[in-house]
Write a protein that binds this ligand. Structure first.
Ligand code: GLN
Length: 457
């Protein structure tokens, strides 16, 4: 826990940081999790960080979170050797409070993926079973915390990237309401979905860091003042939160063992006096098609800047008659197949002849989904269900079938489409592999939601 770390004397913390760095190097040879160590950065900053409130808290960040003067590639060839010109707002806030960045985490290329297999580096192993994926796209950040390498890691969550790896590796993650954390300095994937989040092993640690990084940022116009984001809900700590469980969650798509664990948990909550009611979320199964239509559109827009000229690698223009031929050739060579697939789908749904039929329609469904979820939150404090329809799968077993990978996002994309906070907490095991339970809260109920989940035990 962060509180235990910061209450240690300065020299004990300094020694512990050295141990963490040493241990993480050893661990990494098994897990393939670290793409870059920041030893130089650590040496340069350790003394000043030890004297700040977080006391040099060692953290790992996903490779798409910018740290000035260091290499950030989002695990893509196109950004090879790209040196960040500035630090992302949320990381700067943590550094100002005394966090120490010890390394960058492997991830799916530009955060596109569900298994951490699309990185240009190597797939990441699950610390619970080295043949299994740790989930993606923040797989390494999750693996780093799950394996005890570091107490805290930062990831990004566009559709499930943080909650799902958390579920598959037995740790906690909370995705905030969209707008609670700044996205400035995060290499964009889908701008209306992306949110940074924290992997931790306790809700208290998430609460501590959440308060430090939440809030308005003039460099990101989608941020809101965190003080205004505490929604006025009927819940207060003397009452038990009212919980809704959409019946559509328990379809054939859900592994029967996971369903059993979630039902058992619901029973435990009922026995403890919680009101847990079955509700309906009819548009649940439209979440994935809606998300993948819109994410393609946003990805194709965000990826347009990688042209082999402005960022990262630059090729030899000799032999090209037209600049567009050069750009096509560089993008073909340096972008991975999942990124290209999304650029093509996005360009298609945004094209003038298909825009109305796909993009506009998906936005309409997103609005309807928001209404359905808001309707549930008129009567309930939390929506409970599984985080992932299945436990961690074998590395390589789905990599040639992107649609099967997309289906794994069934439960998590809803929170990103709606913009509400969600948390994944470990709740059981199937064949020794962790199972996560997801709780969604009403938009802006972030702080109160963490209290509710804590009170639920
Ligand atoms: N699996 C989802 C996707 O590939 C979400 C990934 C993420 O949250 N970064 O789009």
């Amino acid at each position: 826990m962060i509180i235990d770390f910061i209450s240690l004397p300065r020299d004990r913390r300094a020694a512990l940081i050295r141990d963490v760095i040493h241990h993480s190097k050893e661990k990494n040879s098994d897990l393939n999790a670290v793409v870059r160590r920041e030893d130089e950065w650590v040496e340069h900053h350790i003394q000043e960080q030890l004297d700040k409130p977080l006391g040099g808290l060692p953290i790992i960040i996903k490779d798409n979170i910018l740290l000035e003067g260091t290499i950030n590639e989002a695990c893509s060839k196109v950004l090879e050797w790209y040196v960040a010109p500035y630090t992302s707002t949320i990381l700067q806030k943590l550094i100002d409070h005394g966090a120490l960045v010890i390394g960058k985490a492997n991830m799916d290329e530009f955060a596109m993926g569900a298994s951490n297999e699309t990185s240009i580096y190597w797939p990441v192993n699950n610390p619970h079973n080295m043949n299994k994926v740790p989930g993606g796209s923040s797989g390494w950040s999750a693996a780093a915390v799950a394996s005890g390498m570091v107490p805290i890691a930062l990831g990004t969550d566009t559709g499930w990237s943080v909650r799902q790896p958390a579920a598959l590796t037995w740790i906690i993650w909370r995705k905030p309401s969209y707008g609670r954390y700044s996205r400035y300095g995060i290499i964009a994937m889908g701008s209306s979905f992306d949110q940074v989040g924290i992997f931790a092993t306790s809700i208290e640690d998430i609460q501590t860091l959440d308060l430090l990084i939440a809030g308005i940022d003039e460099k990101d116009e989608t941020t809101v003042n965190s003080g205004e984001t505490v929604v006025k809900q009927s819940w207060n700590s003397r009452e038990k939160p009212k919980i809704a469980v959409p019946r559509e969650y328990f379809s054939d798509a859900l592994d029967s063992e996971i369903a059993k664990i979630i039902h058992e948990k619901i029973q435990v909550l009922r026995d403890a006096g919680y009101q847990v009611d079955e509700v309906s979320l009819p548009l649940l199964d439209k979440g994935i098609p809606t998300y993948y239509t819109l994410i393609g559109a946003e990805v194709s827009t965000n990826m347009a800047r990688y042209d082999g000229i402005r960022y990262g690698l630059q090729g030899d223009t000799f032999g090209y008659d037209k600049i567009s031929d050069y750009i096509t050739s560089m993008r073909s060579e340096w972008l991975g197949s999942e990124v290209k697939r999304r650029i093509l789908t996005g360009a298609y749904v945004l094209s003038s002849s298909h825009y109305e039929g796909y993009y506009v329609r998906a936005q309409q469904v997103r609005r309807l989904l928001q209404q359905q979820v808001e309707e549930i939150f008129q009567h309930y404090d939390l929506i409970l269900g599984p985080t992932s329809p299945e436990v961690a799968w074998d590395i390589g077993s789905k990599s040639d079938d992107p649609l099967r990978l997309y289906l794994a996002d069934l439960y998590t994309v809803i929170a990103n489409l709606v913009g509400c906070p969600a948390i994944s907490v470990p709740v059981g095991e199937v064949d020794g592999l962790p199972v996560g339970m997801q709780l969604m809260g009403a938009q802006w109920s972030d702080e109160i939601m963490l209290e509710m989940v804590k009170e639920m035990g």
